[in-house]
Design a protein around this ligand. Structure first.
Ligand SMILES: Nc1ncnc2c1ncn2[C@@H]1O[C@H](COP(=O)(O)OP(=O)(O)O)[C@@H](O)[C@H]1O
Ligand SMILES: [Mg+2]
Length: 379
């Protein structure tokens, strides 16, 4: 799994190159460099020189940009009043000079433990869900789209990234004709929130779509480091980020999976669906993912099918599916062809809203339509 990204300000010491388990994403000396860097990089902690004259101002300014950043101050002084002051402005842990790498790691771990659960380095609590199908056409894009809408219902806003750079259909699901795409974003040497917002298409539902590139060739030019940077940036201001990922295990999907809190594997009630869900899960567990980070959804669920059941999937992957989404071909197929989502009363949308509620822990999601859809009425 990914190491935790940190930033170092105003210190140059060879010890800082050896901090196991942490990735020094950026090193700065000037305050404006630091401000820019932490706006872009998805850093979780900062080590700074507490003996510098402007150290307290640096801490205050930094926390204005990233209120949950875990700060470790390095000092060679025994001035207790200075330590108290540093603590009051938001420095969480201290390390003394000369620097000792083990001491520094302990301080970083301690500082990070104080970050409230679920809070990333940015200014919002953010959760990322990646969605993949266990077979082609299993319903990953359908789930991604309705999941985003359900999450945006309570969170007001949700980012949906079409990571299927070759054949992604997210923009089509809303009949959008994007002028710019993730490819244009990757043409910048560096990008910030403004660049990303300029490319995303915000829908009335609160879902902001980051569309796939226009051509296949463009899609192949996007590398995983750009994707990682973009997702990291989205996580700093969207409460939810949904990633519709293709059924291809390359560096880019690997990066998307690494950056998600939960991976949803969408599976149909077929032998291939169950076998591939099992095979994918085995592979992910071998790569170091835990079963807690994976959820299973059976799409186009049909109680009349007895040959392949939800129990069989559970037996294969050792986990109960988080949701069973009914088959409603007439409405869902027509809606995706027309680029117009089904209504909130639709049983497919209702079942996906229930999944959103389970994932987010917010039971109010979709509750307005629950009694109607439970009767099976819906467009
Ligand atoms: N629950 C469902 N009931 C009926 N049709 C569905 C359902 N989910 C998806 N579909 C249809 O199945 C097709 C494939 O779905 P899609 O979401 O594009 O799959 P994937 O992204 O996994 O390739 C689409 O035409 C879609 O409208
Ligand atoms: Mg798809």
């Amino acid at each position: 799994m990914a190491t935790r990204k940190i930033c170092i300000h105003g210190i140059h010491d060879p010890v800082l190159q050896k901090i196991d388990g942490f990735d020094v994403a950026v090193t700065t000396t000037k305050r404006d460099e630091l401000r820019t860097a932490i706006g872009i990089e998805d850093v979780e902690a900062m080590i700074l020189d507490l003996d510098a004259d402007d150290a307290f101002d640096v801490i205050i300014e930094t926390l204005e940009v990233k209120p949950h950043l875990a700060i470790v101050g390095v000092t060679g002084s025994n001035d207790v009043s200075r330590i108290i002051h540093a603590q009051r402005v938001g420095c969480r842990q201290f390390a003394s000079r000369p620097l000792d790498v083990r001491d520094l790691i302990t301080a970083l771990q301690g500082a990070l433990q104080d970050v409230p659960a679920g809070v990333r380095s940015g200014d919002v609590e953010s959760k990322t869900f990646a969605v993949v199908g266990s077979t082609g056409g299993a319903g990953a894009t359908t789930l991604s789209c309705y999941l985003s809408m359900a999450l945006a219902e309570v969170a007001k806003t949700t980012a949906l990234v079409d990571v299927d750079f070759e054949f992604g259909m997210v923009a089509k699901a809303w009949d959008l004709s994007p002028r710019h795409t993730i490819f244009d974003l990757c043409q910048f040497d560096e990008f910030d929130r403004q660049n990303v917002e300029d490319v995303m298409i915000e829908l009335p539902s609160g879902v902001s779509v980051l569309p796939r590139p226009a051509g296949i060739q463009q899609g192949q030019e996007i590398d995983e480091s750009s994707l990682k940077e973009i997702i990291g940036l989205l996580q700093t201001w969207f409460p939810y980020v949904v990633l519709d990922i293709p059924r291809r295990l390359d560096a880019r999907t690997g990066c998307a999976i690494e950056m998600c809190d939960k991976l949803l594997i969408v599976c149909q009630q077929t032998v291939a669906g169950v076998l591939n869900a099992g095979r994918l899960t085995d592979g992910l567990l071998e790569f170091g993912m835990s079963l807690d980070q994976i959820e299973f959804v059976i799409n186009r669920y049909n109680t009349k099918i007895h040959s392949v059941t939800a129990d069989q999937l559970e037996k294969r992957v050792n986990k109960k599916p988080i949701g069973l989404v009914p088959n409603h071909y007439k409405s869902v197929g027509a809606a995706s062809d027309l680029g117009e989502p089904v209504t909130t009363r639709n049983p497919v949308r209702k079942a996906i809203a229930d999944i959103a509620a389970a994932l987010s822990g917010d039971s109010s999601i979709g509750s307005g339509s629950r009694w109607v859809s439970s009767l099976g009425i819906g467009g």
